[in-house]
Design a protein around this ligand. Structure first.
Ligand SMILES: [Zn+2]
Length: 65
């Protein structure tokens, strides 16, 4: 886990941050007090994103070749 000093993406306060990566590769940084909240946010986002992509894959018709 990567830690760095900067501004938290959740509460906008500066401090020591933990890096969180989203399913699509975007990275956000959360301070210690936002860490748990950030984890839940990202888990929820990733679940929705995966469900959405699965749905897309099912809807896409097979290529007529
Ligand atoms: Zn924070």
């Amino acid at each position: 886990m990567t830690s760095k000093h900067g501004v938290c993406d959740w509460c906008k306060r500066s401090g020591l941050l933990t890096k969180h990566e989203y399913f699509d590769g975007k990275a956000y940084y959360a301070c210690h007090s936002c860490d748990e909240h950030a984890r839940m946010d990202i888990r929820q986002y990733n679940l929705e994103e995966m469900a959405y992509r699965q749905k897309l894959a099912q809807v896409t018709p097979p290529s007529a070749s």
